[in-house]
Design a protein around this ligand. Structure first.
Ligand code: SF4
Length: 81
């Protein structure tokens, strides 16, 4: 099981994650990324067939704003830090 969430406080709207994983990440009006699956609550399980693109987005984020956990975030990107 994997869950993901974007820390919108540190995202710099670089656009890398949506390119790596367009099924998971999109951008708000200011270009800040959020998780499409659950409106960035971190409560929806990421489908297994998207694990590779999720990992690519995670590794490619220059600000480490993409968080991944085996448990839900319940809206708190910093829950496990
Ligand atoms: Fe924001 Fe990171 Fe995505 Fe760039 S890769 S848009 S900094 S979450």
């Amino acid at each position: 099981m994997k869950y993901t969430i974007v820390d919108k406080e540190t995202c710099i709207a670089c656009g890398a994650c949506g390119a790596a994983a367009p099924e998971i990440f999109d951008y708000d009006d200011e270009g800040i990324s959020y998780v499409i699956l659950d409106q960035n609550e971190g409560t929806a399980q990421v489908p297994e067939d998207l694990y590779d693109s999720l990992e690519e987005a995670h590794e490619g984020c220059p600000t480490e704003s993409i968080k991944i956990s085996e448990a839900p975030f319940n809206g708190n990107a910093l829950k496990y830090e």
